[in-house]
Design a protein around this ligand. Sequence first.
Ligand code: ZN
Ligand code: ZN
Ligand code: ZN
Length: 371
Amino acid sequence: MKAQPAESSGGSSDRLLRASSALADIGLDALLLGPSADLRYLTGYSPMPLERLILAVVFPEGEAHLIVPELESPGAEAATAGSIELIRWKDGADPYELVGKILRKISRVAVGDRLWTSHVLALQRQIPSAEMVPATELMGGLRSIKDPDELDALDRAARAADRTFELIRGQVFTGRTERDLGAELARMLVEQGHDRADFTIVGAGPNSASPHHEPISWRIAPYDVVVMDFGGELEGYFSDITRTVVVEDEPAGFRQMYEVVSAAQEAAFQAIKPGTRAQEVDRAARAVIGEAGWADGFVHRTGHGIGLELHEAPYIVEGNGTPLAPGMTFSLEPGIYLPGRFGVRIEDIVVVTEDGARRLNASDRSLYVVH
Ligand code: ZN
Ligand code: ZN
Ligand code: ZN
């Protein structure tokens, strides 16, 4: 069965057709996707990944099938709404053999990044002569350009994260633990409109120099620098913001470092326009930090795409020559970390526009003093 034309723009069927033509363009014979953001993007269906095979098989000519266990088919039917043909299998049957029959004549197939190895190995035995290649670029290319509905969800998630920061900075920090603040942030993320909190990094004092620090029982005191990086999920789309504050007063030498990171973030923002390569944005941030003498302290890439996943294409990193295009959304999050002392990171989500970029996060980026 051919995928049906979408009822509204941006509908799943429309996306299936775009995936089909992308397959045709690069000369692949099929695309295989298990439960993942990729599957959700194409079909609207987002089941839990399990040992029972759930697999979308998309062909270049627009034909698409969804292999589902019988017990999952009511959910699959409701979510996909006729946009893709369901093929059901019952416990005791061999679903891989079923897929093998559908894939009989293919020679090159793209496999989704999140398909479990147990499934991939079983599929490989069915099509031993076929070459399997990653679907990373194909799906990243489709998903990186957001449609208006996706931008709306990302916008609302970003604003809920902004409000969360504005609320947390009004609270008392002194005497509280990182873990306590992390739990408070998680609660606020939901209160402000997220369906769930996804992560809360709170690094205080020397822990602020560890970019992905897990909140611990560190008790916050005056002169601590506190890096807070948090986000949640709203209708499937993520927020992700980092703000760095100081408690009562800044430790010696901190303000200059903060200003450099802030200038680096702004330089990255100014570097964005359609056609600019992703790595140029990373270079713009890195140049500012390098000139200030802190190149060694900027230990990670400048940013990552965001959408149905917290980290997705395009990655804002040296070596990524992807040209930016309107509708792409990603983070700008330069940082400097001095082990044993303190760190700073400032992160906003931005969207590429026709002539530059727009920040989705609007909350204050100047150095804020908490109590
Ligand atoms: Zn991170
Ligand atoms: Zn973050
Ligand atoms: Zn991030």
